[in-house]
Design a protein around this ligand. Sequence first.
Ligand SMILES: NC(=O)c1ccc[n+]([C@@H]2O[C@H](COP(=O)([O-])OP(=O)(O)OC[C@H]3O[C@@H](n4cnc5c(N)ncnc54)[C@H](OP(=O)(O)O)[C@@H]3O)[C@@H](O)[C@H]2O)c1
Length: 239
Amino acid sequence: MPRILITGANRGLGLGVARILARRGWQVHATCRNPAKAEALAALAKDTGRVTVHALEVTDFPGIERLGRELADAAIDVLLNNAGIMNASQRTFDRGSNAHGLGQFDDDEWMQVLRVNTMAPLKMAEVFVEHVARSDRKVMATISSIMGSIGELNAGRWYPYRTSKTAVNMVMRNLAADLKPRGIAAIAIHPGWVRTEMGGPSAAVSIEDSTSGLAEVIERASFADSGKFLTWQGKEMAW
Ligand SMILES: NC(=O)c1ccc[n+]([C@@H]2O[C@H](COP(=O)([O-])OP(=O)(O)OC[C@H]3O[C@@H](n4cnc5c(N)ncnc54)[C@H](OP(=O)(O)O)[C@@H]3O)[C@@H](O)[C@H]2O)c1
């Protein structure tokens, strides 16, 4: 059975992908910051018997290393970096707001967004490269965003979030180059604008539609996709 490690799997897209893949027979290592409060994840674990829950704050790099040691014997087919934040002070995207326009954020907040969205996926890749290398599928994927796409940019604002996703796109392209000799694929995926807590109630896509697309992209991912930025519908998008 394939095995996936998903960060931020207690709600939103991470939980949705965990649910679909566990029900399809995947072994799921689901991380979240507070397992005691992750009721939906606990219910999924009980329901399927294929989900193991691990505590992980992704900016706690020694914590990532501890998890790497805990899973030392596991072959991980897919590492899915999903945990992410818009910014420290605003959890939900509001298209009309001037959030994070010029003069609207401070350096500490920007650093925190970069730590979660950009640096943590690279740390996860560093720690789990051997686990992925010994698996059958050998895929590293990060949930990025169209908001990090330079080619698709048609509006301003959101400097911390946009730059964090642009930078993590480069992390994935760079990993694709570095890990090519080991046969490991590295991809970035845009999940659509989705009605999670982050996407907000006006978002265009339901969690069910986005996560069923994401699950399909993940299940089909192969070395031929390495270095690509894909949508949840499996189409290539501009970096
Ligand atoms: N929704 C959209 O429209 C949309 C669009 C493009 C890209 N994305 C990306 O999709 C991914 C998932 O977003 P979502 O919409 O599912 O958002 P969400 O509902 O807000 O969920 C975010 C998840 O990330 C976790 N998380 C945040 N900071 C963390 C940290 N420091 N350590 C560990 N876990 C952390 C949260 O855990 P807690 O419950 O502990 O906070 C939660 O599980 C993100 O990378 C996001 O940028 C979303």
